[in-house]
Unconditional design. Structure first.
Length: 285
């Protein structure tokens, strides 16, 4: 296995889970030996442990946008890492408002945190974590790793980002949640791997029926704010990326649809290596 790889920890689009469901969005990027968590949907903590990561080594997290399936478990991940021995700094990069979430999490867990500091001698959790709100452009440049951001198209949110991770050896781009937009093609130009969200058009009516408590607004959101698999394929082709991985799948848990449906959806639009995301899938770079 290469020293550089991406693990799709959670590949489900949307926050709900059901019997037999995959888990919401979270990823582990290992680049130049650095472990980078990208999004923290429900299940991220267990997903990281299942990959053999020592939570006490948690150090760098990116959140693409403030929808619950991308940051619901952020606080719980950091807190659990702290109980597992974390005593070194953690940097969290996210859109405006991410620090407010953290402050509220600390307030919600105040009694537990203070008790563990006093009773168990733990370090001050709040002092270990630094939040960095970012905008478009270079977000981080250190140790031969450059992380850049571009706004994606995901209304009604404005501060929603695609992320580029570049080292001297590899270039990985995460689309974030987005409808198709031309800027992503230049942003992902010649990347070794594009991880792109995807929907199956034919499966959406059945998904609406299964959700049960959404109105026509939910369907409108999907159509205005997300990408069909064929759109992701077109973006990958125009960007000239080497490989395309589909994740944040909508739907990911309908037994009537499987890998062949995703492959059929991109046929004629992408002829390169295609990876259909499943929870825990490791992709060598």
């Amino acid at each position: 296995m290469s020293d550089n790889y991406v693990v799709l920890l959670g590949t489900k689009g949307g926050p709900a889970i059901r019997p037999g469901s995959s888990m919401p969005t979270s990823n582990l990027y290992v680049l130049n030996g650095e472990q980078i968590v990208v999004d923290c949907g429900l299940g991220v903590t267990k997903g990281l442990v299942d990959q053999g990561m020592e939570l006490k080594n948690l150090s760098l997290i990116f959140i693409t946008h403030l929808h619950s399936d991308h940051y619901l478990e952020l606080g719980a991940l950091i807190h659990t890492a702290w109980t597992a021995g974390l005593k070194t700094p953690v940097d969290v990069y996210g859109p405006p408002g991410i620090d407010a979430y953290w402050r509220a999490f600390l307030t919600s867990m105040k009694a537990d945190i203070e008790l563990r500091i006093e009773d168990e001698g733990r370090p001050d959790l709040s002092a270990l974590v630094t939040f960095h709100e970012f905008d478009e452009g270079v977000v981080l440049n250190r140790d031969q790793l450059t992380v850049s951001a571009i706004r994606s198209k995901h209304p009604p949110l404005v501060d929603c980002f695609a992320l580029s991770f570049k080292t001297n050896d590899v270039h990985v781009v995460c689309s974030g949640d987005t409808a198709p937009f031309a800027g992503l093609e230049d942003f992902a130009k010649d990347a070794d791997l594009l991880v792109h969200e995807a929907m199956l058009e034919s499966a959406l009516p059945a998904l609406m029926a299964r959700v049960g408590n959404g109105s026509e607004k939910l369907m409108e959101h999907w159509l205005q704010s997300h990408s069909f698999a064929h759109d992701a394929a077109k973006t990958a082709t125009r960007a000239g990326v080497k490989r395309l991985a589909l994740s944040h799948l909508i739907p990911s848990d309908d037994p009537n649809y499987g890998e062949s449906d995703w492959k059929n959806a991109v046929e004629g639009h992408w002829d390169g290596p295609l990876i259909i995301g499943t929870d825990g899938l490791k992709i060598a770079l």
